[in-house]
Design a protein around this ligand. Structure first.
Ligand code: LER
Ligand code: MN
Length: 274
């Protein structure tokens, strides 16, 4: 079964970012539960931002799960990157992601590596950046095994990274790893910029896809842009995808409307009787 999730960001520096709910986790969780979501995806400033004694009872009382935890705050706040020319920054980036794996793990939530992958350039060759990225994914993928969750790696559009922009490149990267505990994030916004055919790319990603960012072409909530969802949903069903479709979209026109609109779209696309 493909399940629904909605993003909640607690990162002040990402207030203008593509997250449906901002600032207040408890409110985000309660609103998500009221709308019928299965889970929230948490974008937190760090591993200690949400203490377990606060989060656990909230999840218990609402019945919500944590779909995933983002690690992008390592870049947004601390300017850490897995492919920085500075070895101490690369190590700090690995440590930050590792601590986020430890944060999400007990909830069964995988950590997502998106902007923390960095880019080549600035004296770093594409080959060198790729080697550093692979070695970090191997180390962190194995660390995630402790919690029986995968590590999620997100290809991004060309304006955000020059390392991996497509599902094909993502599959190649995963196949070059030693660990088999890394999965790809299919973010429909990035994909509609980079892929020739989003549905075909999902077919190609196949069993490597472990998470989906469910969003429209303009990064507004599903149904507010020009994405053609029929073939995309068919492709997800064809590959036997069983993870979350998580609303990582701008709070357009506002958080509540964006969350309600995405839930309407989720029900239309994933809960319609055959
Ligand atoms: C960034 O564009 C993105 O899509 C996030 O999920 C990763 O930081
Ligand atoms: Mn994304």
């Amino acid at each position: 079964m493909i399940r629904s999730a909605v993003t909640v960001s607690l990162v002040e520096q990402a207030r203008s970012g593509p997250f449906v709910f901002h600032d207040d986790l408890e409110l985000g969780i309660r609103k998500a539960a009221d709308l019928g979501y299965h889970a929230v995806e948490i974008f937190a400033p760090g591993p200690d931002a949400v203490p377990a004694p606060k989060l656990q009872p909230l999840l218990k009382s609402t019945g919500l799960q944590v779909a995933a935890v983002g690690t992008g705050a390592g870049w947004v706040i601390h300017k850490l990157s897995l492919t920085s020319p500075d070895e101490s920054i690369r190590r700090a980036a690995i440590n930050f992601i590792s601590s986020m794996i430890d944060f999400g793990g007990p909830y069964g939530a995988p950590a997502i590596i998106g902007s923390m992958q960095g880019r080549h350039g600035d004296g770093v060759t594409p080959e060198q950046a790729r080697d550093w990225l692979r070695s970090a994914l191997d180390e962190l993928g194995e660390a995630a095994l402790r919690y029986n969750v995968p590590l999620i790696y997100e290809p991004l559009n060309r304006y955000e990274t020059n390392l991996t922009n497509t599902m094909t490149a993502g599959v190649e990267l995963l196949q070059s790893l030693q660990t088999d505990n890394v999965r790809l994030l299919a973010d429909l916004f990035h994909m509609q910029i980079e892929e020739v055919d989003v549905a075909a790319a999902i077919g190609h990603g196949g069993r490597f896809i472990g998470h989906v960012h469910f969003v429209d072409s303009n990064r507004r909530p599903v149904g507010c842009g020009h994405m053609n969802y029929g073939p995309i949903v068919a492709a997800l069903n064809d590959i036997g995808y069983e993870g979350y479709v998580s609303a990582e979209a701008f709070p357009w026109p506002d958080s509540d409307t964006a969350a309600a609109q995405t839930m309407r779209a989720y029900r239309y696309w994933f809960e319609r009787p055959e």
